[in-house]
Every structure is written in structure tokens, then in C-alpha cells.
Design a protein around this ligand. Structure first.
Ligand code: NAG
Ligand code: NAG
Length: 296
């Protein structure tokens, strides 16, 4: 009898300790559309399975983000139509597969990126100026914002709502991750994105590794300045994109050192490359062209 009572007390204590931990959190998810969403969707499904409540915030006109049983979809209006959106992607696709000289391709790529980022930043501005939506999101008292910082709108929204942010990404250009996490980033050892350098570089490759980011910085500046002005409007002080991204509590990288060259990391950077294999399927066709450096 005493033993039974003792067991009961122990069990009660156990549940009292565990229950607060098991309580579901409220997660605001702000994904990038397209293929980025397809991986994040698996994470949202798992969050739901573990008792968390997820609200996915997306523009009305988007790529692939549709309402599903395991989350609440919250959309906001955009100033562009489905048709304009479709045209943009069509032009982008045509450009990628067009065979022409490198300089022309680069210039068109810059223009297309500029168009794309203008569309994203305009949408972001519309969301952040949507008083009804912001009030609703603020009142919802989310515990965390899960977002792909490739589109910095989620990070900016998290900072604006003073909610911690978790970033979920494959990569981000212009070494913003290094800057925002204050991670060491020696250019003699870390091959820069798109340089095709490895972590063992000759002198000339190191020179290229140093010079290449300067060109990228220019492109990034074009893409990022709208967010800095938006942040200036919201916070009434100079806030750079790096400041916005340093709001991130944890950076979940969908990478793995099996594929990527070694690099320094910070304690809040976690590699979760295995998540890309969540939906395993046999390869039906290997696209060799994608692996040929000459394509760039
Ligand atoms: C960029 O936008 C302009 C004007 O909206 C359009 O004329 C141009 O074709 C677009 N370029 C690309 C590469 O999408
Ligand atoms: C959110 O609500 C709090 C408390 O009412 C308020 O102080 C804060 O300014 C609101 N934030 C935004 C971004 O509206």
C-alpha cells in the first residue's frame, strides 16, 4: 500500500516536471516560396506532430505554399497579380537556359535578381505596413519565428515583433551569415561562393577569392538596401541587414561537411544537412550538366 502510494507520488512528480516542457509552442513560419518551402514543410509537419502550433505566413500570390492540415495558413495581399508573378519566373527560367556570352548572362542575372528582390521587398513593405495584420500577429504572441533569411522579411518581422528568430537556410550570399554571427572568415582558407575555389588555393586563386566578393557586395547592396530603408522607417534609426540578421538566435544550415568545405562556425550554427534526405527517392536521371563548372 505504502509502496503503491510512493509510486503514485513519484509518477505525479514526474508528470509535474515533464508537463511544462511538453507544452506546445506557437511558431510563426515565414518561408521562401518554391523549393525552399518544400523542405521547410517537413519541419512544420514534425513541429505539428510534436504538439506545436504553426502559423505559416505567406503572400497571397506565391509559389507552392498552400494550406494543409498540419498548420494554419495566413496570407496577406500583394500588389502584383498571379499573372505578373508567373511572367517573372518564366523570364527567369528562359534566362538560365539561354546560351549566350558570360558577360551578357551576368548582366541579365543581375537584372533578374534586382527584379526579384524588388518584388520581395515591396511585398515585405506591404506586410509591415499592414496595420491590421501586424496587430493580429503581435497579439498572437508567438514564441519563435522560423524563417529562411534568404528573404530577410521574416527576420525583420521577428525583430519588429520582438520575437526570437530561428533561421533555416541552405546558404546566404555575401557572407551575411559570417557577419551576422561574428564568425571568423579568413579569405585565404574559405572558398567564396561561386568562385569554384577549393579550400586549398594557389596564390592567384586566393586573389580571386578576395576580389570576387567585392562584385557580389555590389549586387547584394542593390538587393538589400530596400530592407535597410524599411528597417529605418520601423525603428527610426540606422539598421543594416547584418543588424537585422544578428537578431537570429539559431542558424540551421541545410548543409553538411561531406559536401561543403570546412569553415569556422559559431555555437549557434547547426548543420542539419540530413534533412534534405527526408524524402528519399531513387534518382531517375542524373543531370551531369549541373556539375560541370563550364556552365557558370
Ligand atoms: C525586369 O523588370 C523590367 C521592368 O519591370 C522588365 O522590362 C525586364 O524584362 C525584367 N528583367 C528580367 C530579367 O526579369
Ligand atoms: C505589440 O504589442 C505590445 C504590447 O501591446 C506593444 O508595446 C508593441 O509596440 C507592439 N508591437 C508592434 C510591432 O506593434
Amino acid at each position: 500500500m505504502v509502496l503503491e502510494l510512493w509510486n503514485f507520488v513519484l509518477e505525479l512528480l514526474f508528470w509535474l516536471c515533464v508537463l511544462p516542457l511538453a507544452e506546445g509552442g506557437k511558431v510563426l513560419v515565414m518561408p521562401m516560396g518554391g523549393s525552399h518551402w518544400l523542405t521547410m514543410r517537413d519541419v512544420v509537419r514534425e513541429l505539428h506532430a510534436r504538439g506545436h502550433q504553426a502559423v505559416v505566413l505567406a503572400p497571397e500570390v506565391n509559389l507552392h505554399i498552400k494550406g494543409e492540415g498540419f498548420f494554419t495558413l495566413q496570407t496577406f495581399p500583394t500588389s502584383y497579380s498571379q499573372e505578373e508573378f508567373g511572367h517573372f519566373f518564366q523570364r527567369h527560367r528562359q534566362m538560365i537556359f539561354k546560351r549566350q556570352n558570360l558577360l551578357k548572362t551576368l548582366l541579365e542575372m543581375v537584372e533578374s535578381m534586382k527584379n526579384g528582390s524588388q518584388m520581395h521587398s515591396r511585398t515585405c513593405s506591404e506586410l509591415l505596413h499592414n496595420k491590421v495584420m501586424i496587430r493580429h500577429l503581435n497579439e498572437s504572441a508567438f514564441d519563435v519565428v522560423l524563417t529562411d533569411p534568404m528573404n530577410p522579411c521574416g527576420a525583420l518581422l521577428a525583430k519588429y515583433l520582438s520575437v526570437p528568430a530561428v533561421f533555416f537556410l541552405r546558404f546566404i550570399p555575401c557572407d551575411l551569415d559570417f557577419e551576422a554571427t561574428q564568425c571568423p572568415n579568413p579569405s585565404s582558407y574559405i572558398p567564396r561562393l561561386m568562385t569554384m575555389n577549393s579550400d586549398h588555393m594557389t596564390f592567384l586563386q586566393r586573389v580571386k577569392n578576395m576580389l570576387f566578393p567585392l562584385g557580389m557586395k555590389y549586387i547584394c547592396h542593390i538587393n538589400h538596401s530596400p530592407y535597410a530603408s524599411l528597417a529605418f522607417e520601423l525603428f527610426q534609426r540606422d539598421v543594416s541587414l547584418v543588424d537585422i540578421l544578428s537578431h537570429g538566435s539559431v542558424w540551421l544550415f541545410r548543409g553538411d561537411f561531406v559536401l561543403d568545405y570546412p569553415r569556422p562556425i559559431m555555437p549557434n550554427i547547426v548543420f542539419i544537412g540530413g534533412i534534405n534526405c527526408a524524402n528519399r527517392k531513387p534518382l531517375s536521371q542524373v543531370c551531369i550538366a549541373a556539375f560541370l563548372p563550364s556552365v557558370l
